[in-house]
Design a protein around this ligand. Structure first.
Ligand SMILES: *Cc1c(COP(=O)(O)O)cnc(C)c1O
Length: 397
């Protein structure tokens, strides 16, 4: 089945043949209950003993969350999924799962979401997990690192923030597998419509559900989608430690997912138009966009991303601008929202210098290629004409 159909139908209308009332809700309701009982204790015993599927206690599983997890697993063709309280919790669960039976060493892409860098440095390193960094778009460098030292896992993002570089997930998966390392991919920026990392050989795919999948800026959530060999550990860890998403957020996310392919298509189309318009604007020095034929990873993009779907993000550099000029530009925007998120129905603008890359020194930012004039834009589903008109009036000197 195609993504659009799965997004609308997966997880819904699961009749329980043993439910004597017989009716089936058309969409999964919010099950706001901490525990679940059964008419006969023998059945509850079987459910608690994993001999029969069912629900006992909300930390183990909740029907609303289970419906969402089934949907997410289907979208990326995983063996199963875990919906978590945030994208960062999902990242932590994915890394703990990957490292359970492996060396406590991570080979990470040097360009990672800021909080992921903090998770590695401030949470995992003090627990004894060592991290090395590599330019994930430099395949020979990745192979050399994997040959030089045993790693438990490789960690990368499908599309990096904010310069939108794209690593060869398929080739890296192969190299990681040969080296005995798991591959964990943060697929938030690409979304399942553009890339399905497990199909390319990754073991665990991570999402911030806060972004494209819920899509309306009203949920904080995350997800891990696992292959068959990692799912049992992920599920067991979740039952024990309780990172799971609550039923209200699961319901909102489920509602968002139904229109996700439709929104994403429109957002990608808007990004394509706005990127071309920005590239021709005299006040814009440079545009970073995955649909640019001159993109440094154009060959990998052509291989991994579907035609016409080059992502909803566009980063651009304002000519001869520093902090004051970027502030003025941002303050003039009326349609585009100044927010620290992305993937919503409304277009969002972010200034990495004061937000995602605030904690880095100027020199660290320069090494990553993030200059003081760089702005990140995530396109929403508004009419492209209105977004362009808004950018135009904000760029007027
Ligand atoms: C937002 C985001 C996260 C973290 O997700 P939260 O839901 O904010 O915890 C991780 N990775 C990427 C790429 C993100 O954009």
């Amino acid at each position: 089945m195609k993504m659009e159909t799965k997004a609308v139908h997966a997880g819904d209308r699961q009749a329980d043949p043993k439910n004597p009332s017989g009716f089936v809700p058309v969409t999964p309701p919010i099950f706001a209950s901490a525990s679940f009982l059964y008419a006969d204790t023998a059945r509850r015993d079987r459910v608690l003993g994993h001999e029969e599927e069912g629900f006992c206690y909300a930390r183990y599983q909740n029907p609303t969350r289970a419906a969402l997890e089934q949907t997410l697993a289907e979208l990326e063709n995983g063996a199963g999924a875990l919906a978590c309280s945030s994208g960062m919790m999902a990242m932590q669960m994915a890394l703990l799962t990957a490292l359970t039976d492996r060396r406590k060493t991570i080979l990470a892409a040097s360009a990672l979401y800021g909080a992921t860098l903090n998770l590695l440095a401030k949470v995992l390193e003090p627990m004894g997990v060592e991290t090395d960094f590599v330019d994930i778009c430099d395949l020979p460098a990745v192979r050399a690192k994997l040959a030089a030292r045993p790693y438990g896992c490789v960690l990368m993002e499908t599309i990096s923030n904010p310069l939108l570089r794209v690593g060869a997930v398929d080739s890296i998966a192969e190299a990681a597998r040969e080296a005995g390392a798991a591959l964990v991919v943060d697929n938030t920026f690409a979304s399942p419509l553009l890339v399905r990392p497990l199909e390319l050989g990754a073991n665990l795919s991570v999402h911030s559900l806060t972004k494209f999948l819920s899509g309306h800026g009203d949920v904080l959530g995350g997800a891990v989608i696992a292959d068959a060999s990692h799912l049992p550990v992920l599920e067991s860890m979740s039952r024990i430690s309780g990172p799971a998403l609550g039923p209200f957020e699961s319901y909102l996310t489920m509602r968002g997912v139904k229109t996700f392919p439709l929104r994403m298509e429109r957002q990608c189309a808007n990004a394509c138009r706005v990127a071309a318009w920005l590239a021709a604007h005299p006040r814009v020095a440079r545009v970073h966009y995955c649909g640019d034929p001159a993109h440094p990873d154009a060959a990998v993009i052509g291989r991994l991303l579907p035609e016409g779907l080059r992502g909803a993000l566009v980063s651009f550099e304002l000519r001869d601008a520093g902090k004051p000029e970027v502030f003025t530009f941002m303050d003039k925007l009326r349609v585009v929202v100044r927010g620290t998120s992305l993937g919503d129905v409304h277009s969002l603008v972010l200034y990495p210098l004061i937000a995602s890359h605030r904690d880095l020194s100027r020199r660290q930012r320069a090494r990553l290629g993030i200059h003081d004039n760089l702005v990140r834009l995530c396109l929403g589903i508004e009419a492209a004409e209105d977004i362009i008109a808004d950018l135009e009036q904000a760029l007027e000197a």
